[in-house]
Ligand binder design. Structure first.
Ligand code: NAP
Length: 508
């Protein structure tokens, strides 16, 4: 069987929405999964003729699924209801393939109708922890099937290894297996499985229409991750952090790889336990999977913790005490900090000479460290303000700058030229409507630099506009640090325009 590509899964409550979605899926799907169990009611007289028409104008395959709730379906189904659907509803006349759960046999259908479906997928789903008996499950669903699908839940990235490793067994057995690790931490399996021998990967019709946790929109799989072009030689990069679902880095770096036509892809890796990730995915001597990992970005909360795993550190990373970029070469891990340069380039472009500029940095975390280091190098006069005075004092002593407690909303920052927000206040989610200061506190300030990039215009930026203070948003830093990362990994000039355009589109 040739590689199929993308299977778009359609789940809708009403027949109208169901049919409309199937029609739209045709432009991106190689296979369309019709999740009949999602429908409130199955009315053959309405559905069959429309599905028949859709099938005539579709080059791919239609796959029927009717899954009971306890196996990951959308509603309770009695054995009699399942039998009525598969055997007596004549669905096989209108679709090509069937997805049957392990407890339902194709033989039951075939004894009535002969070979009713062109292909049978046997599937297994587990929504709790990854089961330890995956080989046994694989054996169980192998009989009487053309394709196997095993989907398990991954709470951390390493939970997805056991299901991924079944791919090697399937290759040896000459079987077609679709391994899926569900959840954000399993997204990498959805992106890379085609390249490593799976016949297809499941996708949603669009963002927000996922039928399983961690599913990626078909357009993103095709255009951002280029899953149909990847192979086992593809160089893998990614972002390692927790959370990573909000990250725009996959869009930026993949746009760069595409621009230069590189056989490389950048993937989100949601990592809770960093030590496990390094041991099982990264270190040649101990790793459990080899996906040709060549480097990764490191983000919250691992920027400082990663340092102990590295073989070499560049000067900036050493001085900042945090790493946001790893390059892997001949099994060795090289750490860099591109946040420092990413921070200072837009600031200098906007403000000019920073010598003796009085800069207030709000926040005392990883981003603040990079900012303080590079501002000191430029000769700026830096004060760190944060809510935890002990932590702030320690940081200030380390870098020989001043420190103070974050000001109350009634106190002014009038003694400063530049304010930098390095706290998460204002960022998408729970902090979105928050700001570390109000317009009245920054009259006469020359520049406000908010490191937050999502949303594009934060509450702080709006406060600065109210006070007529010029601003820089976090997108400038995001792009500048990513540009440098791209150059470290590929040795090529980063296509800034293409990378910027894709991020602006995502934020609009
Ligand atoms: P971090 O290491 O977690 O540090 C965050 C700092 O903000 C800490 O000092 C923390 O104080 C403080 N903070 C957290 N919640 C607060 C609150 N409710 N009120 C006041 N202070 C609070 O994070 P980071 O890596 O430095 O990142 C900071 C921000 O910069 C994030 O929003 C991140 O997205 C952004 N950033 C942007 C870029 C870019 O390219 N544009 C790059 C890096 C970071 P405690 O220590 O007391 O918790």
């Amino acid at each position: 069987m040739k590689k199929l590509g993308i299977c778009v899964s359609i789940c809708a409550k009403t027949a109208e929405e169901f049919i409309e979605s199937i029609k739209r899926a045709r432009s991106v799907a190689d296979v369309i999964e019709l999740r009949f169990d999602c429908l409130n009611e199955i009315k053959p007289e309405i559905l069959w003729s429309q599905i028949k028409q859709i099938r005539q104008n579709f080059n791919g395959k239609l796959l029927a699924t009717f899954r009971p709730l306890e196996q990951g379906g959308s509603r309770n189904l009695t054995p009699a209801e399942r039998e009525a659907f598969w055997i007596h509803s004549h669905v096989f006349e209108f679709v090509d393939w069937a997805d049957l759960e392990a407890d339902f046999s194709a033989e039951d259908i075939n004894k009535f109708w002969g070979k009713a479906f062109e292909k049978i997928i046997k599937s297994f789903h587990d929504f709790k922890t990854p089961p330890t008996n995956l080989d046994e499950i694989y054996n169980r669903i192998s009989a009487g099937s053309d394709l196997l699908k095993i989907a398990v839940r991954a709470d951390d990235v390493t939970d997805s290894i056991s299901v991924w490793k079944l791919l090697a067994r399937a290759k040896f057995d000459n079987k077609k297996l679709i391994p899926i690790a569900m959840g954000e931490a399993g997204k990498w399996t959805r992106i890379l499985s085609l390249a490593h021998g799976a016949p297809m990967t499941y996708a949603s019709l669009e963002t927000g229409k996922e039928t399983a946790s961690g599913q990626i929109a078909a357009q993103d799989l095709i255009q951002t991750y280029r899953v149909k072009e990847l192979n086992e030689q593809t160089e893998i990069y990614g972002v390692v952090g927790n959370p990573v679902s909000h990250s725009l880095s996959p869009f930026m770096h993949n746009a760069g790889f595409k621009f230069h036509n590189l056989n490389a892809v950048y993937i989100p890796f949601e990592v809770k336990d960093l030590d496990e990730f390094v041991m099982k995915f990264v270190r040649v001597e101990t790793r459990d999977v080899d996906i040709n990992l060549k480097g990764f970005s490191v983000t919250f909360p691992h920027k400082e913790a990663i340092v102990k795993h590295l073989d070499y550190l560049d000067e900036t990373a050493k001085a900042v005490g945090a790493v946001n970029t790893i390059k892997i070469e001949k099994g060795k891990l090289f750490g860099f900090n591109t946040d420092a340069e990413g921070f200072i380039v837009p600031l200098k472009n906007s403000y000019g000479d920073l010598r003796d500029a009085r800069v207030a940095i709000l926040g005392a975390g990883g981003a603040a460290r990079a900012a303080i280091y590079t501002l000191k190098n430029e000769g700026a006069d830096v004060t760190v303000f944060a809510r935890n005075l002990d932590k702030t004092k320690k940081l200030a002593e380390e870098f020989r700058v001043q420190s103070s407690k974050l000001k109350a909303k009634t106190e002014s920052y009038r003694d400063f030229d530049i304010i930098v927000n390095a706290t998460p206040l204002g960022t998408f989610g729970e902090f979105e409507n928050k700001t570390p200061l109000l317009a009245a506190q920054i009259e006469n300030i020359k520049l406000v630099y908010d490191l937050i990039y999502n949303p594009y215009e934060t509450r702080l930026i709006k406060e600065a506009q109210k006070a007529n203070v010029p601003t820089i948003g976090g997108l400038a830093m995001l792009l500048a640090q990513a540009t440098k990362q791209f150059e470290i990994w590929t040795g090529k000039e980063a296509p800034i325009k293409a990378m910027n355009a894709v991020v602006l589109k995502k934020l609009s």
